[in-house]
Write a protein that binds this ligand. Structure first.
Ligand SMILES: Nc1ncnc2c1ncn2[C@@H]1O[C@H](COP(=O)(O)OP(=O)(O)O)[C@@H](O)[C@H]1O
Ligand SMILES: [Mg+2]
Length: 387
């Protein structure tokens, strides 16, 4: 049986551990705080600061895992190259984890090296450079710290007056030591999707049916599968996803994000691990959910095919307050709803907008995706997280 070192122990990690437990694998769950969701179901847990490279080295040396599986971005990923040299398997690969933790590496790879269509973009390392970049790109434009996720430090510039604010906000939201930001032309997309893509150590690259989602404050609110889209657009997205995952290398599931606008498909970004919008697959929309697919790819188990079994949607349950003992109201209401299910992540504390659970709804393939999504959203709104 394999020993898996899971770096990051949130709700996505938790479902991954459950999938691993079902196949009899051993998981050590790691995060910066005790009793994180994935730790509650893993064989053992470690609490370290994963941005501390030496602490990370010590952990890898202590456990000598068969697979190092990152669940988050905020890790000293440069060290992953050393682990690969030492013979460890990093999922999907050191390069993938390292490139995707910095927006600059992944964007230049996608746009310059691979020629994928992206929003116009520039980089800026000061308020002055930002101002120049905005002039070149034009307004509206989106500013994001190079090292950030979940919309942290991200804002849209609509007028000159927003530039200074956007710079300051980006500096508050930036993770790590990099002050630089990316400035992107605003893509007036009709909708956005996550294309879950599975690369296998041996065997073909596989695609899940596309997932539509709606973002607010940098986090997804609802996702649905399948997203209705023209087959040419889907094909273009699949080709782009194949190119970028091939270039980064390794086996695992990837959440590849695209914008679809009147002038075609834009590559946006990707994460080399299960994607939050992919929690919709917990509604058994596919023969294997995204966590089961990731595990199979990690272990090198062949995946014969990915099939869509039904349609589904997910909607997040968010906290509104700080609490050291969050409790839930309205659970029996959602439990009582038909063709639906839910997860409560077991996070030990809450803060405003922290994701505490998710509702999933589903229907047969003949059902209406708009109704299924509406149902998920309505159900999630019935739950309140209490202090
Ligand atoms: N250039 C853009 N044009 C329009 N919307 C954007 C652009 N960049 C980001 N967004 C919106 O913001 C969301 C978060 O941006 P993203 O680059 O995915 O950052 P994160 O790493 O925080 O997820 C996107 O899903 C999209 O809704
Ligand atoms: Mg994103």
């Amino acid at each position: 049986m394999a020993k898996i070192l899971l770096l990051g122990s949130g709700e996505l990690g938790k479902e991954f551990v459950i999938a691993a437990q079902r196949l009899g694998q051993t998981v050590i769950a790691v995060d910066s705080y005790a009793n994180a969701p994935a730790m509650q179901v893993a064989h053992s847990a470690e609490v370290i600061n994963m941005l501390d490279g030496d602490a990370l080295d010590a952990l890898v040396a202590k456990h000598q895992p068969d697979y190092i599986v990152p669940e988050i971005e905020a890790i000293r990923t440069e060290r992953f190259y050393n682990y690969e040299e030492q013979g460890y398997t990093v999922i999907p690969s050191a390069k993938a984890a390292n490139y995707t933790m910095n927006r600059k590496s992944i964007r230049d790879l996608a746009a310059k090296d691979l020629g994928l269509k992206t929003a116009n973009y520039r980089y800026a390392a000061s308020a002055k450079e930002l101002s120049d970049a905005v002039t070149e790109i034009g307004m509206p434009c989106v500013v994001k710290p190079l090292m950030s996720s979940s919309g942290k430090g991200q804002s849209t510039i609509k007028t000159e007056a927003d530039i200074q604010k956007a710079w300051e906000y980006s500096q508050e939201g930036s993770r790590g030591d990099v002050a630089e930001v990316i400035v992107e032309g605003f893509v007036n997309f009709n909708y956005e999707i996550t294309l879950l893509t599975v690369t296998q150590r041996e065997g073909a690259t596989l695609f899940c049916p596309p997932i539509g989602h709606r973002q607010e404050r940098g986090d997804y609110q609802e996702s649905w599968q399948p997203a209705t889209m023209q087959s040419e657009h889907l094909q273009t997205a699949q080709e782009m996803a194949k190119k970028v995952t091939d270039a980064l290398g390794g086996a695992g599931i990837w959440g590849v994000e695209f914008f679809i606008s009147d002038d075609g498909v834009y590559f946006s970004e990707l994460s080399p691990r299960p994607h939050d919008t992919g929690m919709v697959t917990l509604g058994n929309t596919q023969n294997f959910n995204e966590f089961e697919l990731h595990l199979r790819a990690v272990l090198g188990l062949p995946i014969a095919e990915i099939t869509q079994e039904r349609i589904g949607a997910s909607a997040v349950i968010l906290a509104s307050d700080h609490s050291d003992n969050p409790t839930f109201e309205g659970i029996s209401t959602i439990a009582n709803a038909k063709k639906s299910d839910f997860r409560l992540f077991g996070k030990p504390t809450s803060r405003p907008y922290r994701r505490m659970g998710v509702v999933v709804t589903y229907d047969s393939k003949e059902g209406d995706i708009t109704n299924v999504t509406k149902r998920a959203k309505e159900l999630a709104s019935k739950v309140r997280v209490l202090k």
